[in-house]
Design a protein around this ligand. Structure first.
Ligand SMILES: Cc1cc2nc3c(=O)[nH]c(=O)nc-3n(C[C@H](O)[C@H](O)[C@H](O)COP(=O)(O)O)c2cc1C
Length: 208
């Protein structure tokens, strides 16, 4: 499948094959390919909680308007956006800075400049930190869904859930926001997916 086909083929699928699991190695490939998404300063302020356990998925379903796909899909990804991903000491930020130095993109003495830049952009208020986390984790989530399509998998993004309830139930630390859940699996045999819904045209999208 080329990328144009993936763009058309990816759908938010409602019915998953409950008999067909997602191989762990395949899931790993999907996630690592998805993580090739762009992010500001390459900071990658995202984490995932991967749910496969039926009991855990049943608990999540109750917190997500009882959407049946949560227990029907073999894998649920809770996408986590790190509001602290721009701060000194954050693992991703420290790895990125090391990478910048070892690849020659930055000199060690530019650390203060780098920290000043991320703090200036994302640490100025809570809204900036929230936007930073969500925009980058959103790009990751989209990349994940295309990555899954490329491997013959189906996905379904969801934000119909009790955000604070899910955080509490799954012990998600306070610095994370949950932009969406993503169900991953295979289409239930015999199910016909509806034609793709209305999309804005080029002209519709231009702000006049
Ligand atoms: C962030 C986000 C949240 C969504 N939340 C839900 C949801 O909670 N439940 C649901 O049935 N669909 C949800 N959807 C799916 C959309 O309805 C779907 O993507 C849209 O209708 C376009 O259809 P397509 O993805 O098949 O092209 C969500 C989609 C996105 C991107």
């Amino acid at each position: 499948m080329n990328f144009n086909e993936i763009l058309t083929k990816r759908r938010a699928v409602n019915y998953f094959d409950t008999e067909r699991d997602v191989d762990e190695e395949l899931l790993k490939i999907v996630i690592e390919n998805g993580a090739k998404a762009p992010s500001s300063y390459n900071l990658q302020p995202w984490k995932l909680k991967v749910l496969r356990d039926n009991k855990q998925k049943a608990v999540l379903q109750k917190l997500a308007f009882d959407q049946p796909k949560i227990t029907e899909a073999p894998v649920i990804l809770i996408v986590l956006a790190d509001r602290d991903g721009w701060k000194e000491g954050n693992n991703s930020l420290e790895s990125v800075f090391k990478d910048f130095v070892s690849s020659g993109k930055m000199q060690p003495d530019q650390r203060d400049w780098f920290l000043g830049a991320t703090t200036g952009l994302y640490g100025r208020d809570t809204e900036a930190a929230q936007a930073f986390a969500n925009k980058n984790a959103g790009l990751f989530a989209m990349s994940l869904m295309y990555s899954a399509s490329a491997q013959g998998l189906e996905t379904h993004p969801m934000d119909g859930f009790d955000h604070d309830g899910v955080k509490k139930e799954f012990n998600i630390p306070d610095n994370f926001w949950i932009p969406m859940l993503i169900a991953v699996g295979y289409l239930k045999p015999g199910v016909k997916v509806h034609p793709k819904g209305w999309r804005q045209s080029y002209n519709d999208m231009l702000l006049k």
